[in-house]
Structure formats: C-alpha cells, structure tokens
Design a binder for this molecule. Structure first.
Ligand code: NAG
Ligand code: NAG
Ligand code: NAG
Length: 350
C-alpha cells in the first residue's frame, strides 16, 4: 500500500513536470516604472529594445537581466508607440503625435536624431515595419491615421535615414477609407512589409474603428475582416504572417470591453486570393498583439491576458490574466518577451 502511494506520487510529480514543461510561463523581469510600453523589438536572445510613454526607451544587451532606461531629450512628453531595432546600437523610435516623428540612434540609445517628422495638425502615426529587400537593404513602411480621407503612409529604402511619401494619386481606384476607420497604435504590429522572393513587395495593414479591414497597400485592395467593429474602440489591432507567407492571424476586439472573448481573431490563408476564417476557441479577450513563435505555435496578448495557440490559431488557451500590450520574438533566436503598462517587461519561458 505504502509502495503504491509512493509510486503514484512519483507518477503524479512526473505528470506535473510534463505539464509544467508544456505550459509556457511568463517571468517578469522589470516593473514599477510609470511608463506604458507599446514598442518592443528583440534583435536576438540577448538584445531587447522597448519604448513607451514619457519619451522612454529601455535596452538590455544581456537577455533582459539588466535594462538601461533613458528619456529622449526634448521628447519627455511624447509616446514612442513603436520601435524597430536592427542591432545593439541601431534603432528607430516612432512618436505618435505632436509631433509625429521618427528618431534614429546608432550609438545604443545615447543620442537620437530626428529623421522624419510631420507637424500637420491631426497627424497621428500608428506603426512601422521593416524588411530586407532583394539587394539586402532595409526597406521600411510607416502607417498613420487617415487625414482628409487619405491613408497616411511613408516608405524608406535606407534603414530609415530618409523617408518618402508616395503620391497616392499615382494609383487609380484606391478604396475609400470609411468614416471612423483608422489604425490602432497599440503595439506597432498592424503593418507588415515583406519582400517574398519571386514575388512583389507587399505592404499589409489592418484597420479598426467603425470599419475593420485588411489593406493591401501596394495593389490597393481592401478586404473586410470578420472581426468586431462599429465603434471607435473596436477592430483589428495586430497582424502576424508566418515565415513562408502562406498564413496569417489578425487579433483585436474592443479595448474598452477587454474581456469579450469573441469576434476578436481572424485566420488568413494566402493563395491567389485571401481566405478568412475564425478560430474554434478564440483568444480570451481583447488582444493588441499577435506573433508566430514557430510554424504552429502563436502567442497573443492584451490588457486582459495572454493566450497561446498550438494549432496555428484555431484554438487559444489562456496562460495569464496579466495585462500586456505587446509581445515579440527574437528575429535571430528563440527568446520571447512581453511588455505593458507600469514599465513591465517579461520573458516567456517556453
Ligand atoms: C546594468 O547596465 C548599466 C548600464 O550599462 C551598468 O552601469 C550596470 O553596471 C549594469 N548592472 C548590472 C547588474 O549588470
Ligand atoms: C516586421 O513585421 C514582421 C511581422 O510582424 C516581424 O516578424 C518582423 O520582425 C518585423 N520586422 C522588423 C525589422 O522588425
Ligand atoms: C480557399 O477557400 C476555397 C473555397 O472555400 C477553397 O476551395 C480553397 O482551397 C481555399 N484556399 C486555401 C489556400 O485554403
């Protein structure tokens, strides 16, 4: 009897260990600063950059053990809602408004230089994304809220040194931006630029508000998204595309009712057209960011918690009720980090 008890205890412990190994755990690395972080860029398993309110930027070069925080001089009141880092020295940060601006550092964040700015009244920028083009140059795209019914976007072909605003008039039949349709600046992940081999460069962005859609901003095609919409606080917040560009996932919802766990996720399949479907078990609330961890595993986070999917987005499992705005995986590496309000930065152990 006693043997059986000990034996079954051992079995139980083993089962628990197996279960623990399978469920990712979120380990908080930093918290307590009165800074809301929405920009996160992970270069590799060691180099992590984050940006947020009150002109704040944080950087770690030791895998998150030690973060150095700085306030960018002259931008103490600005909110840097997106950051794109290329290595431990080079990064771009995006101030959303007044002024809407992009600053660049090449010395690890010691000094920043303005590379692009828009002082137009009402200018509000949402996100940027970069991709190596065929000649291995870093091309990038920036998306902002529509001004006078025109989507704002800008492109760079030299790693953010100079930016150009394409003349939208050059394109015929640009779909109309709906009244109350705009882009969210919630995690810097609602725009993706990619240059698939044997393929045209592609720029996708997902809009939200009264209308939520997937925009192909090179062919100028607008695909309605089957996701919550109709109010200013609703719609798509984030788009992720897998490594062979065959599938994608969109997340969002209503940030003012962040526990609604339906109509908050769309699965995309790209062929000569775009197929859209919705998950069997959606994420458990409003989500502002989604990323692929690998082919089938995905992570999504928002103010009401964090979910993972192990089946390409069909079913989502809540792993934490803690609030996070953004998650990112190392571009070269396996490490995954999350960040949110109160200067919180965490690591996903998976
Ligand atoms: C953390 O980084 C700062 C700035 O680089 C450095 O001065 C400090 O010694 C580091 N602390 C630890 C514990 O590594
Ligand atoms: C651009 O976005 C994609 C998809 O979110 C991401 O995988 C990639 O790392 C981003 N590029 C850069 C340079 O941050
Ligand atoms: C898209 O949907 C159509 C019709 O449901 C289906 O025949 C086709 O195989 C789908 N394409 C992909 C890439 O899933």
């Amino acid at each position: 009897m006693r043997f059986i008890k000990i034996f079954s205890l051992a079995v139980l412990i083993n089962l628990c260990l197996v279960a623990a190994a399978q469920t990712p755990v979120i380990q908080v690395l930093e918290s307590g600063k009165k800074v809301s972080i929405r920009g996160l860029s992970v270069v590799n398993d060691q180099v992590i950059w984050a940006s947020g309110s009150k002109g704040s930027v944080a950087r770690s070069t030791d895998g998150g053990k030690n973060f150095t925080w700085t306030t960018v001089p002259g931008y103490e009141k600005n909110d840097f809602r997106d950051i794109e880092a290329f290595d431990d020295n080079t990064a771009l940060i995006m101030a959303i408004t007044e002024p809407a601006a992009i600053l660049k550092t090449t010395d690890g964040g010691l000094t920043w230089r303005k590379v692009f700015e828009d002082t137009t009244k009402g200018a509000f920028w949402d996100a940027m994304n970069f991709s190596y083009d065929k000649s291995n140059k870093l091309a990038g795209a920036l998306v902002g809220d529509p001004i006078k019914g025109q989507i704002f976007y800008a492109l760079t072909f030299d790693a953010g040194e100079t930016w150009e605003r394409p003349h939208a008039e050059a394109h015929k039949n640009i779909p109309a931006v709906a009244e109350g349709e705009a882009f969210f600046a919630s995690s810097g992940t609602n725009v993706i630029l990619f240059d698939k081999e044997d393929f045209h460069p592609t720029l996708y962005a997902v809009s939200g508000g009264k209308v939520s859609a997937l925009w192909d901003m090179f062919t100028w095609t607008k695909y309605p998204l089957p996701i919550m919409q109709g109010a200013q606080s609703t719609g798509a917040n984030s788009l992720a595309i897998n490594s062979d560009y065959s599938r994608g996932v969109v997340v969002g919802g209503d940030f003012t009712k962040d526990t609604i766990g339906s109509n908050n996720c769309v699965l995309l399949e790209f062929s000569n057209k775009i197929n859209m479907s919705t998950p069997q078990t959606p994420p458990h609330g409003y989500r502002s960011c989604v990323i692929y961890l690998d082919k089938n595993n995905l992570l999504t986070c928002g103010t009401s918690g964090v979910d993972i999917s192990k089946d390409g987005g069909k079913n989502w499992e809540l792993i934490s009720r803690e609030s996070y705005h953004v998650c990112q995986k190392a571009k070269k590496g396996k490490a995954v980090f999350l960040a949110g309000s109160n200067g919180r930065i965490a690591k996903l152990v998976w």
